[in-house]
Design a protein around this ligand. Sequence first.
Ligand code: DAT
Ligand code: MG
Length: 132
Amino acid sequence: MEQTFVMVKPDGVSRGLVGAVVSRFENKGLKLAAVKLMTIPQELAERHYGEHREKKFFGELVEFITSGPVFAMVWEGPQAVKNARSIIGATNPAEAVPGSIRGDYALIVDSNIVHGSDSPESAQREIGLFFG
Ligand code: DAT
Ligand code: MG
């Protein structure tokens, strides 16, 4: 069974959206396999977002993701990675369709509520980083 890594980012936790996010994955039929409330250390943030190291927004991204507690989760089920990305919606909330988490709860790309792995390989890497 495939697993994926999902986390409610600091904006989602501070806005009280953990329950709403969890409900959407449960309603879809995915199974919760692990969960952890934590504040991400700088070094873990830089490794998690390592693929974006050269982007101009990298500094702000790391600052944002370490700014408060996140709610980290592992979800499992058939095509868990693709199904989770579909529930989450497009990276830019302005392009995310209504019904998706980002489409319903977010306005701008800097604070888009939730993270989801983009491939099974990324999922294994990220699960290892957060739950290994
Ligand atoms: P996703 O989170 O949908 O996988 P990504 O991996 O391309 O998107 O980017 C990671 C996060 O970085 C994204 O959720 C929000 C932030 N981000 C992406 N593009 C950005 C941009 N152009 N300006 C500011 N932040 C951005
Ligand atoms: Mg990504």
